[in-house]
Design a protein around this ligand. Structure first.
Ligand code: ADP
Length: 616
């Protein structure tokens, strides 16, 4: 039978894994839980000593005995309160650390996972599940498990002690009257059945509450969209004002808030019902308990203290049992979020399987070859590259041209192992690139992608991609990339420490698109890798400006290998090695002069179609 979509075995496995992770992230958690066991006993401290004092008084115990017992009662109670406060405080402190550590784990995973996952729909859904989990009461997943763990331990201890007292009461009641032990067993069973029946109702209400919470999740998603994806974006700000979208957006938000209030009211009603059932059952049971224990006392088998002790422990049982079931129900519902968390962490990193070191060559003689490579994106059947073969050596310039969507960027993604070929292989110095250590292989390339990103961090860190960097080298590459003027301006202020953008720092500087592009180029140059690649970072420029950037970059890379991607043929005409891609296939290969002469070729057609843009 499945509960909350899981078998009992799965529920146990996932939650135990969660507990193991909590113990790993917070090494002191098991110790605190052990210490907290003593706090669980504090519930009984009052019961024990009230029973003892009652017996002291009713049996006429000596004054010193009563004072001693009173002292123990008050002193012990105080000690337990202090211990509980300390345990609570420390548990809270550890909890926030665990919450952070669990999130850091996720971020580390996102930073290091195989790139191809970031583009996949499946991962997007998993990430969304994780974001939604944070909206479930107080944060679902590891957080919810952690905050319920201590109560679970306490309630379990209280239940076990209560069971011991129930057994003791049954044994003591044996001599009260004919068949009294059987009556006591029946009475205890009746109490348990009543508690369980009450809990079943509460359980049902908790499930309904869980469903209500689930229904609210899309609302959180939608409200998140309005607030962080729409209202806070500058680009939306323009549309809102120019198209007078305020009533439209506000209308949707109002409708959404009304819907959310509806769900909250429904949830509140469920909580009221849960409370009523819980306290109703508790009070009913207490009445019955006192009635039955009163009879036993009248028969002379229980003292006044015993009545208080057994009534107290049965009440604790009822109370703890309902909390216990409610925690287990919440944890069962929470399993979905724990699973989402672990599923995300479990995504395998296939790219990291290779171990071969990349040969460090002083002569930089690297040769790369695509051998009959075919590729389609995961989740799509359509081949983006088909029987793709090309070879190039260090020091060469390779231009890859073709229409938009012909597969040029995909070629670069495969070259840099952001994806692996579906068929065929890519060789570095004759060895399949999958066999190389992934990080070492990646360190051969610097790419300026069309959608390159700079970060809201200091300029120097953006260029070097590191916290500590060679300042002179950063300045040199910035100058080489044509940012000497900007650098001079920055030198009057914070220099390389100048933060880019104003997201986190009011002193940050906003840079133009062209400057950003040059910083991205400087970043590629700083890394001084054997292969430098430009994948249309200049798409927003006009063809002449793009040609200018490409040819200047060509001067900058010197003797290294450079790969140029463009759908504009003019940008790459200086390359002596041009491949033309069409629908994922290499259709032509040669120098600009050779290709331009082939009147039947695609290059000739594209060149003539685009020629109007090159004439000034
Ligand atoms: P180009 O760089 O020549 O403009 P791309 O290599 O970017 O072309 O894209 C080639 C084809 O692959 C296009 O049809 C594009 O829609 C498809 N494509 C690109 N990225 C993905 C992806 N992550 N998932 C599925 N298809 C993709």
């Amino acid at each position: 039978m499945k509960k909350y979509g899981f078998s009992l075995k799965e529920l146990l496995y996932i939650n135990l894994r969660g507990i193991a992770l909590i113990f790993k992230l917070g090494k002191k958690v098991p110790v605190i839980l052990l210490v907290s066991l003593t706090c669980a006993v504090r519930t009984y401290w009052t019961i024990w000593f009230t029973a003892i004092l009652l017996d002291d008084v009713t049996t006429g115990a000596a004054q010193e005995v009563i004072i001693r017992d009173l002292g123990l009662f008050v002193g012990g109670g105080l000690a337990f309160s202090l211990l509980k406060a300390a345990v609570d405080h420390y548990y809270f402190f550890l909890g926030s650390g665990i919450w952070d550590a669990a999130n850091i784990h996720l971020n580390e995973k996102i930073l290091n996972m195989d790139y191809e996952y970031l583009e996949s729909e499946n991962i997007y859904n998993k990430r969304r599940d994780l974001e939604e989990m944070a909206h479930v009461k107080g944060g679902g997943g590891i957080n919810m498990l952690y905050w319920n763990l201590m109560s679970l331990v306490w309630e379990t201890v209280d239940i076990v002690i209560a069971v011991v007292y129930m057994v003791q009461m049954i044994l003591k009641s044996g001599s009260a009257f004919q068949g009294s032990r059987l009556y006591s067993v029946g009475f205890v069973l009746f109490t348990i059945v009543l508690t369980v029946l009450g809990m079943r109702q509460v359980n049902r209400l908790h499930k309904e509450l869980f469903e209500i919470n689930n229904q609210m999740i899309p609302c959180f998603r939608e409200s998140g969209y309005y607030v962080s994806d729409y209202l806070e974006k500058e680009s939306s700000g323009k549309s809102i004002r120019l198209f007078h979208q305020q009533p439209l957006i506000w209308g949707h938000m109002e409708e959404l808030f009304r819907k959310m209030c509806g769900f909250q009211a429904k949830g509140f009603r469920k909580w009221v019902q849960i409370d009523s059932i819980t306290s109703g059952v508790k009070n009913l049971i207490l009445c019955i308990i006192y009635f039955y224990l009163g009879i036993l006392a009248l028969k002379g088998v229980l003292s006044a203290g015993d009545i208080f002790l057994y009534a107290g422990s049965l009440a604790v049982f009822t109370n703890s049992f309902s909390i216990w079931v409610s925690i287990l129900t919440q944890l069962a519902g929470n399993t979905k979020y724990l699973k989402a968390y672990f599923d995300f962490l479990d995504i395998p990193n296939k790219k990291y399987e290779g171990v071969l070191p990349v040969e460090k060559r002083d002569d930089n003689r690297y040769e790369l070859e695509f051998c009959n490579v075919s590729f389609h994106y995961p989740g799509s059947e359509e081949y983006v590259l088909k029987n793709f073969s090309v070879r190039f050596r260090i020091g060469e310039r390779l231009a890859v041209v073709g229409r938009n969507g012909s597969g040029k960027t995909t070629f670069i993604k495969l070259l840099c192992r952001l994806y692996d070929p579906t068929e065929g292989e890519i060789l570095l110095n004759g060895i399949d690139i999958r066999k190389y250590d992934y990080q070492e292989y990646l360190s051969l390339f610097s790419v300026v992608f069309q959608d390159f990103k700079l970060t809201a961090l200091p300029l120097g860190q953006n260029v070097s991609a590191a916290m500590d960097y060679d300042k002179d080298k950063v300045k040199e590459v910035l100058r080489r990339a044509g940012l000497g003027g900007l650098l001079q301006k920055f030198e009057m202020g914070q220099g390389l420490e100048t933060p880019l953008y104003t997201d986190f720092d009011a002193d940050g500087v906003d840079i133009s698109g062209g400057e950003a592009q040059k910083i991205a180029i400087a970043r590629a140059l700083y890394h001084d890798t054997p292969f430098e690649i430009l994948d249309e970072p200049t798409a927003a420029l006009d063809p002449l400006a793009e040609y200018d950037v490409y040819s200047k970059f060509d001067d900058l890379v010197g003797t290294k290998t450079a790969v140029y991607i463009s759908h504009r043929l003019s940008s790459c005409q200086f390359c002596n090695d041009i491949i033309v891609i069409d629908k994922g296939r290499v259709v032509q290969h040669g120098s600009h002069e050779e290709l331009a002469e082939d009147k039947k070729g695609l290059y000739y057609k594209l060149w003539n179609a685009q020629a109007q843009y090159y004439q000034v």
